[in-house]
Design a protein around this ligand. Structure first.
Ligand code: C2E
Ligand code: MG
Ligand code: MG
Length: 725
């Protein structure tokens, strides 16, 4: 207050001063109104001292045109002069600015400080402050003010205010601050953040991203700087992720000098203020530790810490899956319950540490006995469970396989153990149940296997038992049959029967050789009873070899009998036999050794054999054909042969399956199939023989449709060679 007495109302006491002030104001008003054209206005000091003189036009122009806003205020704070720039800053026509109270243009918060500033301003000193003006449209205009006292004549009482518009400066300061902040964030964030342009090139990266990349990622394509891999091994491309156009999160793996990082990658578009897409922001969150922790939790929850085998919980989970997939694939599996015999005794006498060693070694041996796709689990104590999946097409075959594996498991567990300093022996009891019907709840399957295991214990331990008694009996019968089959082969219990093949005139053209087993106790056994087992066990190889040699011997013998010399002989060959790498040589040797004419020999193949590995089949058939023999496709119509196969294979004859012949007269579908085969064959250059012809009516039907070759009870049952008509 003391510095600016002119502003103080008390100063009004000074009459003289008041009068001069009034006079000066009058003069100024006159200037404003253009009534006066000579006036000297001079500032008190330095920078903004200027002199306005009505006649001194250039000064006026200077002030009018300067890039800062300029105002002259009366002592009361009324604007009586303002330049154009100021009017612009206030977004108000100059006429409305002049004459207005300057308070009106000052942001409320700055009004009091501004007043105080004016009061502090005295002739020799200039005051400065930052302040916000408020334009007429309400926008804020940040300004830098410089305020001086004006001496008009000698009168002190007006102020010259020069306002510098700071809007632009403030804006660029704000941008700089944002840049700085962004840099700070990128330097200090714990995340790896990467900013890419629209071409997936990295334009910014956080410090962690630099570390994760291992080199300077700037300017590199994202995929090169971060060669991410999805869990399925596929690469991660930024473009693919962004194509969806929204925020995406994927899990990925990154390898950096042999070290693996698990990352969650989030990608989002980087959108400018006008909605234009500037690029993308990728955040790579390192979840390696979390993953490790999850795995650890999983291990604890689902695995037995001692043996590292799946525990009961895990087993049940897999069992559920196995039952489901089994239901889909229809291939039965098996569940084995294994309990170590006398484990408790060993544990009590040698101590738990030694017991643990035994369990660990037993676990290892179990794993060695099964395929990788099977499951070995430890239920607790000395109880293990093995789950075998997809064992075979039929329950019986699956049971046989499970039994084989069970025997292997028992043998493996029977091997001596070296447990620290102790050499020990242990045996096990094993129960098996089949996973076949896909209806039994998994808990029940476990109970069944457990029960079977108790039966094995009751049967004296160190053995295995099946839960299903029928299965047990069937398996026992089967293994007995297998032994007998071996003995039978060794002891020459097999013989060949021959069934006539005739032409449409009823003349004998040849025969089919059909094997029989002369069982010492059971008498003559048909091939239906032993061929499938011989195929499964591989005994079909020696058996088939014997059949081939005998058949060739028979052909050679016929060659010396004038009425039989023209006969052909058909021999059945099973798939397993045909696939044997030595088969072609075997046939060649059999023919050579017997001296039989290859052109009289016909091999009967089945459709199933043709479906697998067609290239190999064609190669073998071609090699055999070059020896001179022919091929007939047995049981034709029951398999899945496609016409394209038939065309590619070097066949000579189709043998219409007996089921069609049997029903052709009653069932129009079967009749149609027979007709179709007969119509089709000539086009493929094949002859046709019908098997299972039992009645004259069947023969007539076949002849009527073009069939010229027949086999069946109507012409003779299979019997010894001598019995052929
Ligand atoms: P397959 O080759 O289709 O033989 C025809 C079967 O039908 C023979 O049965 C035969 O006795 C029977 N059969 C013939 N005519 C009639 C008829 O008019 N009515 C009826 N209901 N049946 C008739 P078999 O001898 O019991 O042979 C059964 C199957 O065993 C054969 O079917 C063949 O697949 C297989 N097989 C026989 N011998 C051998 C052999 O040496 N090796 C191989 N791998 N399989 C053989
Ligand atoms: Mg046959
Ligand atoms: Mg047949």
């Amino acid at each position: 207050m003391t510095q600016a007495p002119a502003l103080d109302p008390l100063a009004a006491e000074n009459e003289a001063l008041r009068a001069r002030l009034a006079e000066a104001e009058e003069t100024l008003r006159a200037i404003r109104n253009g009534e006066v054209d000579a006036l000297v206005v001079s500032g008190s000091d330095g920078d903004h001292v200027f002199t306005l003189q009505g006649a001194d036009y250039p000064y006026r122009v200077l002030v009018e045109e300067m890039s800062e806003g300029a105002i002259i205020l009366t002592a009361e704070g009324v604007i009586f002069y303002a330049n154009r720039r100021l009017a612009e800053m206030l977004k108000t026509p100059l006429e409305q600015v002049i004459g207005s109270a300057c308070d009106r243009w000052i942001a409320p918060a700055d009004a009091a400080p501004f007043r105080a500033l004016l009061n502090r301003t005295s002739a020799p000193s200039r005051q400065r402050m930052e302040l916000t003006l408020r334009a007429s449209d309400g926008t804020n205009v940040p300004c830098y003010l410089s305020v001086s006292c004006l001496l008009i004549g000698e009168v002190l009482g007006s102020f010259c205010v020069v306002a510098t518009d700071l809007t632009e400066q403030k804006r660029s300061e704000a941008i700089l601050a944002a840049e700085k902040l962004a840099r700070l964030i990128l330097d200090q964030t714990a995340e790896a953040i990467v900013v890419c342009d629209n071409a997936s090139r990295i334009i910014r990266a956080s410090a962690v991203a630099y570390r994760l990349c291992g080199e300077d990622p700037l300017d590199q394509p994202f995929e090169r700087a971060f060669a991410l891999e999805r869990p399925d091994g596929a690469g991660v491309s930024l473009a693919d992720l962004l194509r969806v156009g929204e925020q995406r999160r994927v899990e990925a793996k990154l390898e950096r000098r042999g070290e693996f990082f698990h990352l969650v990658v989030s990608v989002g578009p980087l959108v400018g203020p006008l909605g234009d897409k500037l690029g993308s922001v990728v955040t790579l969150t390192d979840i390696t530790q979390r993953k490790a922790a999850e795995e650890q939790i999983e291990r604890l929850a689902f695995y037995d810490p001692l043996t590292r085998l799946p525990n009961r919980r895990r087993l049940l989970e897999r069992l559920h899956q196995a039952v489901e997939t089994g239901a889909r694939s229809r291939r039965p599996g098996a569940l084995m319950f294994i309990d170590l015999d006398n484990f408790k005794v060993l544990n009590d006498t040698l101590g738990h540490d030694v017991g643990d060693l035994l369990l660990q070694q037993a676990a290892g041996r179990l794993l060695d006995c099964v395929r990788e796709s099977d499951t070995v689990a430890r239920l607790g104590g000395d109880e293990f469970v093995v789950m075998l999946e997809g064992l075979g097409e039929r329950a019986e075959a699956a049971a046989a396989k499970a039994q084989d594996i069970g025997v292997k498991v028992l043998a493996a567990l029977n091997e001596p153990y070296q447990l620290a300093d102790h050499r020990c022996h242990s045996t096990a009891s094993l129960g098996i149940t089949l996973i076949a019907d896909h209806q039994t709840p998994v808990e029940d399957l476990l109970k069944q296997a457990d029960l079977a295991m108790y039966q094995a214990k009751a049967a004296g331990r160190n053995t295995l038992r099946f839960f299903n008694p029928d299965m047990q009996a069937a398996l026992e019968a089967r293994s007995a049959l297998e032994t007998q089959l071996r003995d039978g082969l060794r002891d020459g219990q097999f013989l060949l029967y021959y069934q006539a093949q005739v032409d449409d005139a009823g003349s004998l053209t040849g025969a089919e050789a059909l094997v029989r087993w002369q069982h010492p106790q059971r008498g003559l056994i048909t091939p239906y009873e032993f061929i499938p087992l011989a195929e499964e066990t591989g005994l079909i190889l020696p058996l088939g070899h014997w059949v081939l040699e005998s058949a060739c011997g028979q052909l050679a013998a016929w060659a010396h009998q004038p009425q039989r010399a023209h006969l052909t002989l058909a021999v059945n060959v099973s798939a397993r036999q045909f696939r044997d790498p030595g088969f072609v040589d075997q046939v060649r040797t059999a023919l050579a050794a017997s001296g039989a004419d290859p052109h009289r020999l016909k091999l009967e193949l089945t459709e199933s054999l043709l479906l697998e590995d067609v290239t190999d089949t064609i190669a073998k058939m071609t090699a055999l054909k070059s020896l001179g023999l022919g091929f007939s496709l047995d049981d034709f119509g029951t398999g899945y042969s496609s016409l394209s196969y038939l065309k590619r294979l070097p066949l000579d004859q189709l043998k219409i399956d007996q089921s069609f012949v049997r029903d052709a007269l009653d069932n129009p579908n079967d009749a149609a199939i027979v007709r179709a085969i007969l119509a089709l064959a000539p086009n493929l250059n094949l002859t046709v023989i019908a098997e299972g012809v039992e009645t004259q009516a069947q023969r007539a039907f076949l002849i009527e449709n073009g069939c010229r070759a027949f086999q069946g009870y109507l012409f003779g049952r299979p019997g010894p060679a001598a019995a052929l008509p």
